[in-house]
Design a protein around this ligand. Structure first.
Ligand code: SIN
Length: 270
């Protein structure tokens, strides 16, 4: 049985310090997956995991996405997440859900940090269960009828090994989806990948998305913020949280490795 403590009343959990991921039994891995679905974010500190062990662990979580452009010494299941003195931006700087443009967009992501700046470099998370629940009933009912277009963006083109955007999937997903493990409704639009709400005019789509993105960004009671140390591993469930990597540490270095587990076609409410 995995023991953990909550980070905020509704969002995030931190596993007990004695837990080492590589020692988990199969039932404990299933428990971890469920904890991610319920709490959105799960933090594991002081993990002893090499890149190879992280990629092996990824296969216990499901089917990892693979990245054929990786150099030979980096397993194809890992994305290197890094920024340093030559970086103008960092990956994930803005609220998003990982690669939601896929027809089966990611369920879990698992980021293991190796190098952190002296201060800063936190990752912020926003709870999409609460984002949906805290909207008024008429807006909830309206959103449940809509779909949004999710399009691939620049950094993913490079990682995927594709040469052009039209080789990658662009997909329509319901604006409100049902989490397959908890059965709860989540708001599923993100500024990182959504280009428009379908079936309404461009000005209406822009206004609706702005309202929802403001709701996500400014409702701080549905956020949590994770400070990293070397060997911290964080899992998040992209179906029910969005995240934002704070790039406040320039010109210091931050480096980690992410695995991303394929999810399923989102389930609509109707
Ligand atoms: C990402 O996966 O979007 C990056 C998250 C981070 O670097 O904290």
């Amino acid at each position: 049985m995995l023991t953990s403590s909550n980070i905020t009343p509704r969002l995030g959990a931190e596993l007990d310090a004695a837990i080492q991921l590589k020692d988990l039994s199969e039932p404990e891995v299933a428990e971890l997956v469920l904890l991610c679905a319920e709490r959105g974010v799960v933090v594991a500190r002081n993990q002893s995991l090499s890149p190879q062990e992280q990629s092996e662990f990824a296969h216990r979580l499901g089917e990892p996405l693979t990245f054929p452009n990786n150099p030979a010494h980096i397993p194809e299941e890992l994305i290197v997440i890094q920024a340093g003195p030559n970086s103008k931006h960092a990956a994930g700087e803005g609220w998003h859900s990982d690669v939601s443009s896929e027809a089966k967009p990611p369920g879990l992501s698992m980021l293991r940090m190796e190098q952190v700046p002296d201060h800063g470099g936190d990752t912020l998370f926003a709870d999409m269960y609460q984002a949906f629940e805290s909207l008024s009933k008429p807006i909830q009912e309206f959103l449940e009828t809509l779909t949004a277009r999710h399009e691939p963006r620049g950094h993913y083109l490079y990682l995927s090994g594709a040469k052009a955007f039209d080789e990658l999937e662009t997909t329509d997903h319901p604006v409100v989806r049902i989490h397959p493990l908890t059965g709860k409704k989540v708001l599923y639009v993100n500024d990182g990948f959504v280009s428009k709400i379908n079936g309404v005019s461009q000005p209406e789509s822009r206004a609706l998305l702005k309202m929802l993105y403001d709701h996500i960004a400014y409702t701080v009671k549905m956020h949590c913020r994770i400070a990293w140390a070397p060997n911290t591993v964080v899992f998040w469930d992209n179906r029910c949280v969005q995240h934002y990597a704070a790039f406040d540490y320039f010109p210091e270095r931050r480096k980690g490795y992410r695995v991303t587990i394929r999810g399923e076609q989102p389930i609509a409410c109707h």
